[in-house]
Design a protein around this ligand. Structure first.
Ligand code: MBD
Ligand code: FE
Length: 278
C-alpha cells in the first residue's frame, strides 16, 4: 500500500473518535503509534504469521511480568536518561554524579537506618565482603545531612530479594539517612552480574536478535533530599567483563569507582575488620 492509502486507513480509524471524549494526548500517541506500525508492516512486508507470533510474545512478556526488562533491554530506559540529561543541559543544570537507569527491580519499604547499614539480612556464604562509603553533596558541593540513600543489589546468584523467594524479604535492600556531614556507609557482599531469566520473554527476544541478556555486577542507588531533585543511579564493579557490554546500556564512565581489595589480614590490621574474607 502507498503511504496515502495507509493515511486514509488511519483517518478512517480516527474518525470513529467521539469529539470531546477521551484524552487528546492519548489519542495523539495511539494514532501515531498505529500509523508508524502500519508503515513498518508495509515497509518490511511483515506477514500475518509474524504479527501473531509477536502477539503471543507480547502476551508472554506480560504474563511473566517482564515488561520492565524488555524496556531496559531495547535501550528505551537508557534513551529516557539521555533525554533527561539533554533537558537538564538545556536548563543549564550540569555536573554531579550522572544518572543511570532504575531497572525493574526496585521495591520501596526497605529497612531504614542512620549513617550506617548492613545490607544483608542473612549472611551469604562465599564471595567477598564489600565496604562502601560516600557523601551526598548538593550542586554547590555542600554536604547534605538527612538525605536518604536507598541502595539495592543482587546476591551471589544474581537474584534480587522480593523477586527471589529463597532470600529473606528486603535482603540487600536498605535506606540509609546521611549523618551531619552528609555521609553514609554500608557493609554488604560484592554482587555478581545479572542475567535475564533463561527461556523467558526477554531472553527469547534477545536471542532472536543475536544478543545476550547479561549485566555487569552493579549496585543501585536512589538519593533523595528535601528541596533537591532525585538522583537515580548505579555503580558498576570494576573489572567485570560485561562492564561495557551491559544488555541495558547503563554503564557510564563516571560510575565505575575504584575498588581496593584487602586480604583478611590486611583488613584486620588497617580497619580492625574481623571478617572471614572468602
Ligand atoms: C537488573 O538488575 C537491572 O538493574 C536492570 C536494569 C535490568 C534487569 C536487571
Ligand atoms: Fe540491577
Amino acid at each position: 500500500m502507498e503511504r496515502n492509502q495507509i493515511d486514509a486507513v488511519i483517518e478512517r480509524i480516527e474518525s470513529t473518535e467521539v469529539q470531546g471524549h477521551g484524552s487528546d494526548r492519548i489519542k495523539e500517541i495511539v494514532n501515531r503509534f498505529t500509523r508508524d506500525l502500519f508503515y513498518a508492516i508495509e515497509d518490511l512486508d511483515i506477514q500475518p504469521e509474524e504479527i501473531w507470533k509477536a502477539v503471543d510474545w507480547l502476551t508472554l512478556t506480560g504474563k511473566n511480568n517482564e515488561w520492565g526488562l524488555v524496556v531496559a533491554g531495547i535501550g528505551l530506559e537508557h534513551f529516557l536518561d539521555l533525554r533527561m540529561d539533554e533537558a537538564e543541559a538545556k536548563a543549564g543544570i550540569t555536573g554531579g554524579t550522572p544518572r543511570t537507569i532504575e531497572g525493574p527491580l526496585y521495591v520501596p519499604g526497605a529497612p531504614e537506618s542512620y549513617a550506617y547499614a548492613e545490607l544483608e539480612t542473612e549472611p551469604e556464604v562465599g564471595g567477598e565482603r564489600l565496604y562502601m562509603q560516600g557523601q551526598v553533596r548538593d550542586d554547590s558541593g555542600k554536604p547534605v545531612p538527612n538525605a536518604k540513600v536507598e541502595v539495592w543489589h543482587c546476591n551471589l546468584r544474581g537474584m534480587y530479594s522480593i523477586f527471589d523467594s529463597s532470600q529473606p524479604p528486603f535482603n540487600l535492600r536498605r535506606s540509609i539517612i546521611t549523618d551531619d556531614n552528609g555521609r553514609y556507609r554500608f557493609k554488604s557482599i560484592l554482587p555478581v552480574g545479572y542475567s535475564c531469566p533463561p527461556g523467558g520473554a526477554t531472553d527469547q527476544l534477545l536471542k532472536a536478535i543475536g544478543r545476550h541478556g547479561g549485566r555487569p555486577a552493579h549496585i543501585h542507588f536512589f538519593v533523595t533530599a528535601e528541596g533537591h531533585r532525585k538522583l537515580t543511579t548505579q555503580i558498576n564493579i570494576e573489572g567485570d567483563p560485561l562492564i561495557w557490554d551491559d544488555f541495558a546500556f547503563a554503564t557510564r564512565e563516571e560510575l565505575v569507582p575504584h575498588i581496593t581489595r584487602y586480604s583478611a589480614t590486611e583488613a584486620k590490621e588497617k580497619f580492625n575488620i574481623d571478617e572471614p574474607f572468602a
